[in-house]
Design a protein around this ligand. Structure first.
Ligand SMILES: [Zn+2]
Ligand SMILES: [Zn+2]
Length: 145
């Protein structure tokens, strides 16, 4: 999703594309990995008068409307990122939290198959894979004992 489509996307949900919300989406688009509320707040504050709780509320709104991703590892702050596509799968680096989007869906035919087998109407699915990105696996390789 690029900046030109945000107005549209937000309005389609019946919400106002306030400068605040656009600034949050812009801030998210500038992150190369999922960011915490604090990180997004620092970025938005550069351009907008805002508060941490406003940024948090808007992030939760955008997440609940399906415009952004939210993920959290146990015991850590939630991290938010832009949804680049309506349907995408990701590789998540458990070291630096970098996310690599996978193009194409390997589960489409499986979803149909499992739906038929379980007599279940499958509408959507999620899949994330965890591991080390190229950079982190190289670093690990170097320091391994
Ligand atoms: Zn990494
Ligand atoms: Zn899929």
């Amino acid at each position: 999703m690029d900046a030109r489509n945000w107005d549209q996307a937000i309005r389609k949900l019946g919400k106002k594309a306030t400068p605040q919300r656009k600034a949050i989406l812009t801030a998210l688009s500038q992150q190369d990995k999922p960011a915490t509320v604090d990180e997004i707040f620092i970025e938005v504050r550069e351009h907008q008068k805002t508060s941490l709780s406003t940024v948090y509320r808007n992030l939760e709104l955008l997440f609940s409307q399906g415009l952004i991703n939210k993920q959290g590892f146990p015991g850590e702050k939630a991290r938010y990122s832009l949804k680049r596509d309506t349907h995408e799968h990701t590789l998540v680096c458990i070291d630096c939290r970098k996310i690599v989007a996978i193009t194409g869906c390997p589960l489409e035919s499986y979803a149909v198959e499992i739906g038929l087998r379980e007599n279940f109407v499958v509408l959507d699915h999620r899949m994330e894979m965890y591991g080390y990105c190229q950079k982190c696996s190289q670093i690990r390789g170097r320091v391994s004992d």
